[in-house]
Write a protein that binds this ligand. Structure first.
Ligand code: MN
Ligand code: MN
Ligand code: MN
Length: 298
C-alpha cells in the first residue's frame, strides 16, 4: 500500500451546511471508519468547527478547521477549500458573512425564478428546512419533494436546480482571488476542490489551476472520493506537480448511504506533496521556536 495512506479525510460536510449528520455524528463516524485527521469543510461557514473539535477530542482524532468557499471563475462555480484556518480571524469572518448575504440573495432569486411552480411561502419553507444552516440548493430540492412538485431530490436537480436549469443561480460569488485572500489571511491553506467535477475542457482546467496558483493558492484535491479512477488520480497528480500545488485528499462526505463514507478516499500517489505536510512543518517550526524561546528564558 502507498506510504501516504493515510487516514486523512480533508473534505466533509455536516448539518451546518448541506450534510445530514451533525458535526458530532460526523466525527464519530469518521473515527469509526479509521480516519485519524478529519477536516470539516462546510459550505461558506465554520459554525460547526467548535462542536467538531470537542467531538474529535473525545473520539481521539485530529480535527482540522476547514471551510468550502463558493467562488465564480470564468463563468463557472468553483469551490475553494480552506484548511487549517484560524476561524476567528476577522478577515475570514467578514468574508463568510458576505457569503451568507450572497447565499440569502441567491435564495431569493431562486425562489423568484421558481415561483411558477406555485409553492406558497417558498423561501420561508426553504429556510425552515435549512434550520439555521447555510441555505443551499439541496434545501430547495427537499421542499420541492415535500410539496409534491417532484418525487425525488435528483429529479428536483434534473428539472429545476441543476447546472443550466432555471434555479441554477451562480453569479453572486466572489472571485477565486478573494476567497484565497480570506483563507491566507486566516493562516490557512487554499485548496481547489474536486477539479474533475467542473464541466470544463482540460485546457480550461489548467487555466483555472494557473489562476489559482497566481492568486496565492497552495494546493488542489488530487483525490476526491473513492470513485476516481487511477488514471484520473494520476492526471490530477501530474497537474499538481505542473502547477506547483500540494495534494489534498477528501471524501466530500455529505450523508450516509450516498456518495462516499468518510475516510473512503483513494491513496495519494507518491509523486505529490501531501498538503498536511504544510501545516505539520508549520507546527514543527512553531515548536522549534517555542523550544528555543524557552531555552533563552532559562
Ligand atoms: Mn454540498
Ligand atoms: Mn464542492
Ligand atoms: Mn464539498
Amino acid at each position: 500500500m502507498n506510504a501516504y495512506w493515510s487516514g486523512f479525510d480533508l473534505h466533509s460536510h455536516s448539518t451546518c451546511s448541506d450534510g445530514r449528520l451533525t458535526p458530532e455524528a460526523l466525527v464519530q463516524l469518521a473515527a469509526s471508519e479509521g480516519v485519524h485527521t478529519l477536516s470539516l469543510t462546510d459550505h461558506d461557514t465554520v459554525q460547526g468547527i467548535p462542536r467538531a473539535q470537542v467531538a474529535a477530542k473525545e473520539a481521539g482524532i485530529d480535527l482540522i478547521a476547514g471551510v468550502e468557499i463558493s467562488t465564480t471563475w470564468s463563468g463557472c462555480n468553483v469551490h475553494i477549500v480552506g484548511l487549517n484556518l484560524d476561524i476567528e480571524h476577522p478577515v475570514l469572518m467578514a468574508g463568510l458573512k458576505e457569503q451568507q448575504l450572497a447565499r440569502r440573495q441567491r435564495a431569493e432569486i431562486i425562489a423568484e425564478k421558481l415561483s411558477h411552480l406555485g409553492v406558497e411561502d417558498f423561501l420561508a419553507k426553504v429556510e425552515a428546512k435549512a434550520n439555521g444552516a447555510e441555505l443551499g440548493r439541496p434545501h430547495f430540492a427537499q421542499v420541492l419533494v415535500d410539496e409534491g412538485v417532484v418525487a425525488t431530490m435528483p429529479e428536483a436537480f434534473k428539472k429545476y436546480l441543476g447546472a443550466g436549469k432555471k434555479g441554477d443561480v451562480k453569479s453572486l460569488w466572489p472571485t477565486i482571488e478573494t476567497a484565497v485572500n480570506w483563507i491566507n489571511a486566516a493562516g490557512g491553506i487554499a485548496v481547489v476542490a474536486h477539479p474533475l467535477h467542473y464541466k470544463m475542457t482540460n485546457m480550461k482546467r489548467r487555466a483555472l489551476l494557473k489562476s489559482f496558483k497566481d492568486a496565492g493558492g497552495q494546493a488542489m484535491e488530487v483525490v476526491s472520493g473513492a470513485q476516481q479512477s487511477r488514471d484520473q488520480t494520476n492526471y490530477m497528480a501530474l497537474l499538481a506537480k505542473e502547477y506547483g500545488l500540494a495534494a489534498s485528499a477528501g471524501s466530500d462526505f455529505h450523508f450516509p448511504s450516498q456518495w462516499q463514507k468518510p475516510g473512503k478516499v483513494n491513496h495519494l500517489p507518491e509523486t505529490v506533496q501531501p498538503v498536511w505536510l504544510l501545516w505539520q512543518d508549520d507546527n514543527d517550526a512553531a515548536k522549534e521556536k517555542e523550544t528555543k524561546e524557552s531555552i533563552t528564558r532559562m
